[in-house]
Design a protein around this ligand. Structure first.
Ligand code: ADP
Length: 447
């Protein structure tokens, strides 16, 4: 096992990793920008290294700064968390070239899954059901027209390098296609430096269902059921739960087996998430994330596992601590993402926290790097905490969420907490009867 690992991230996920490492008796190195000198992850780690100015490009995304921090402190491995360098295959390659262990998948797997066209081709070949769409990329408008006619409208134009919901445009009819195609291309070029796009059938009322997989890198892999992340704003998740309220045990076993087999066959190592749209009882693959997800705690809650501990173990060459037969779901878990944002515009609301009180009690987990007097810097994303509740069933989890939100105090900045209080009153949320468009429609009339 490693003596010391470096955590190449900040905020709640950096704390999450430091906590797992400490329980395993592993030393931790935090890295931080000058804007984060008094951040909680710096206080909580055994050692810390300042890696640059506030701009993420010059700090949390700087290869040389992070590699030097590893070398200076003697850390043997790097955990990237999510975001930043977690899915950057060039970074992973350089880490490996320096004989440092990357706690995550191999660079090749990240590269293949990071390009949505090659990801889809790979998954289809591995027997995973995909959304009907173009054969690979569409180079020009003419090709797009031909492909859309084949697929049938409505279609969605998507960037192969896409992420965070950017570079995605809907064309309801043939008349919309030209502008959807051009806008998706220019957005993709601006956001990712790659303007390649492809087409997919646009599904009208799907749910977002994603399967958690875990591999040992040596041909063994398991699945840990699914998460339903259908409550989205601008293609970004707002609330996630496990298990999916509409997924039957038979469906779970079948799609889970398909996913676990697929990653086992490519010797995938560590945690991964295979994302699907789910409509009329069918699963359609959209993308794979080769990292720990923001919403991993709901899976941890219902399966009683520590995914970060497992990531560290397999990266160190140890076997997984569980087999498929050991994994069973107990109860129901829900996570809400608490952002420092002002409603109804969701504009960022950085600033000083004058009072912070985390909820507690049975079945409540609060993952947050906030503390009294902390100043949220304006440079990074607005997620300030995740509240995760676990109950014996979905109604109990909902009641617990409402109770825990009532205990939470975050004063000094605006947060998305009032959104969740309001959502919990909705019968669609209480019954789980919604699709990926429900929240957008609700926001239009209720905020
Ligand atoms: P990103 O990597 O930018 O998050 P995804 O491919 O994961 O992009 O898609 C994000 C979200 O966009 C999905 O959860 C869904 O809400 C919507 N979406 C993507 N593809 C389709 C599609 N073919 N039909 C309808 N909605 C889609």
């Amino acid at each position: 096992m490693f003596d010391k690992i470096l955590v190449a991230n900040r905020g709640e996920i950096a704390l999450r990793i430091i906590r797992a490492a400490r329980e395993m008796g592993i030393g931790t190195v935090a890295v931080h920008s000058t804007a984060d000198a008094d951040a909680m992850h710096v206080r909580m780690a055994d050692e810390s290294v300042c890696i640059g100015p506030p701009s993420a490009a010059q700090s949390y995304l700087s290869f040389p700064a992070i590699i030097s921090a590893c070398e200076v402190t003697g850390a043997q491995a790097i955990h990237p968390g999510y975001g930043f360098l977690s899915e950057n295959s060039s970074f992973v390659q350089i880490v490996e070239d320096h004989e440092i262990v990357f706690i995550g998948p191999k660079a090749d797997h990240i590269r293949v899954m990071g390009d949505k066209i090659t990801a889809k081709e790979t998954m289809r070949a591995l027997g995973v059901p995909c959304v009907p769409g173009s054969e690979g990329g569409v180079p020009d408008l003419e090709a797009a027209r031909a492909s859309a006619a084949d697929i049938g409208y409505p279609v969605i134009v998507k960037a192969t390098a896409g992420g965070g919901g950017r570079g995605m445009k809907l064309a309801r009819t043939a008349e919309d296609l030209e502008s959807a195609f051009q806008t998706a291309r220019s957005e993709a070029k601006a956001a990712f430096g790659n303007d390649e796009v492809y087409l997919e059938k646009y599904l009208g009322t799907p749910r977002h269902i994603e399967v958690q997989v875990f591999g040992d890198g040596r041909g063994r892999a398991v699945h840990l059921g699914e998460r339903d992340c259908s409550l989205q704003r601008r293609h970004q998740k707002v609330l996630e739960e496990a298990p999916g309220p509409t997924i039957t045990p038979e469906e779970r076993a079948e799609i889970g087996r398909i996913c676990a087999d697929a990653v086992a066959r490519i010797d995938y190592i560590g945690a991964g998430t295979i994302e699907f749209l789910y409509e009329n009882g069918q699963f359609y693959f959209i993308e794979m994330n080769t990292r720990l997800q923001v919403e991993h705690p709901v899976t941890e809650a219902v399966f009683g596992v520590d995914l970060v501990r497992e990531q560290i173990r397999v990266a160190a060459g140890l076997p997984m601590e569980f087999e498929q037969a050991d994994l069973a779901i107990r109860g129901h878990a829900i996570e809400v993402r608490i952002n420092a944002e002002k409603l109804p515009s969701f504009s960022p609301s950085p600033g000083r926290i004058t009072q912070y009180h985390a909820p507690g009690g049975l079945g409540v987990r609060m993952d947050s790097a906030l503390y009294d007097g902390y100043r949220i810097p304006p440079y990074y994303d607005s997620l300030i905490g995740k509240l995760i509740v676990h109950g014996r069933d979905r109604p109990e989890a909902l009641a617990r969420l409402s109770r825990a939100l009532g205990e939470l105090i975050v004063d000094g900045v605006d947060t998305t907490v009032p959104l969740f209080h309001a959502l919990l009153q909705e019968s669609a949320v209480q019954t789980g009867d919604y699709n990926i468009h429900w929240l957008e429609n609700w926001l239009e009339t209720n905020l």
